[in-house]
Design a protein around this ligand. Structure first.
Ligand SMILES: [Zn+2]
Length: 299
């Protein structure tokens, strides 16, 4: 007798990455190549999780244009910084297309029943339809969510646990039929939005700076309960690890075991899911991602 394994319980983790995502940087910027190279090294050296590495695809205009304006894509060619946090780099359009392509790959693998994590930069959740900001150039998660909705998935929940509000995702997905957005974040904090719910599908869970981790976990649980009530067919996770107690750019309190717990709770939702790296600027990022992935596979 064969036993059917639920897709979300697949213990093999597919990691999507690309060598080009470590090829650009600004000296002293927290969003740096070592976030990816250090995590890739840590994952390669460990034996607790069985991994399958794959190279990110390049996102097409057709997919990107569901979330961004043509003017925004054109702006990525212009060699001028977007804001003080978000420099222009040579080839940034191709770096951003690879990160968005990885999100689309992650969608495809999740639909095929695989457990998948996109280990890419740049992150995406602050990029709006017309603006690059907050280290983000294209909204990877919104691009993948809109692709899912355009190709047969009826209900997609985006769960964003990065410590910063996913203002770009919210701005793109607000009132989008079939999509719901759940963001748990420090408030007040960058980018200054996310104090309350907006539209008919964007649910915000602001957490005060220095909130004890038990209380932070309660808020994450509340958001997960609300997500389950939405009855998604697919969960897209903006996985940011900057609510970590030792993150240099936020003031929250989570530990590696909280990210492990969160991975397990997301797994228990019981529908296909994929996770995309957003923030997380501590040197401990590799171990936080390891903890999360172990949670996701129920280990
Ligand atoms: Zn962040």
């Amino acid at each position: 007798m064969s036993i059917r394994v639920h897709p979300c319980f697949n213990p093999l983790v597919k990691i999507i990455t690309h060598s080009r995502c470590t090829e650009y940087y600004t000296h002293g910027h927290p969003e740096r190549p070592a976030r990816i190279s250090g995590t890739a090294r840590r994952l390669s050296e460990q034996t607790e999780i069985e991994l399958n590495w794959t190279q990110a695809s390049r996102a097409s205009d057709a997919s990107i244009l569901r979330a961004h304006s043509p003017e925004h894509i054109a702006r990525l060619h212009i060699s001028c910084d977007f804001d003080s946090d978000t420099p222009h780099h040579d080839g940034i359009e191709e770096h951003a297309r690879a990160s968005a392509g990885a999100a689309l790959d992650a969608l495809k693998f999740a639909r095929a029943g695989e457990t998948v994590f996109s280990l890419m930069r740049p992150p995406g959740h602050h990029a709006t339809r017309d603006e690059a900001m907050g280290f983000c150039y294209l909204s990877n998660i919104a691009i993948a969510t809109l692709e899912a909705l355009a190709t047969g998935t009826k209900r997609v929940a985006v769960f964003d646990f990065d410590v910063h509000h996913g203002n770009g995702t919210e701005a793109i997905l607000i009132n989008q039929p079939g999509a719901a957005f759940f963001s748990i974040h420090q408030y007040p904090c960058y980018p200054g939005t996310g104090e309350s719910n907006v539209g008919n599908n964007c649910f915000n869970y602001p957490v005060a700076p220095h909130t004890p981790r038990e209380s932070y976990r309660n808020t994450l649980s509340q958001a997960l309960d609300d997500l389950k009530r939405f009855k998604p067919e697919l969960v897209a996770v903006s996985a940011g690890f900057d609510a970590y107690a030792h993150d240099p750019i936020a003031q929250e309190t989570l530990e590696a075991e909280d990210f492990h717990w969160l991975g397990g709770e997301l797994r228990k939702v019981g529908v296909p899911m994929f996770s995309l790296l957003e923030g997380g600027y501590s040197d401990d990022l590799p171990q936080l991602i390891m903890a999360y992935l172990k949670g996701v596979i129920g280990k």
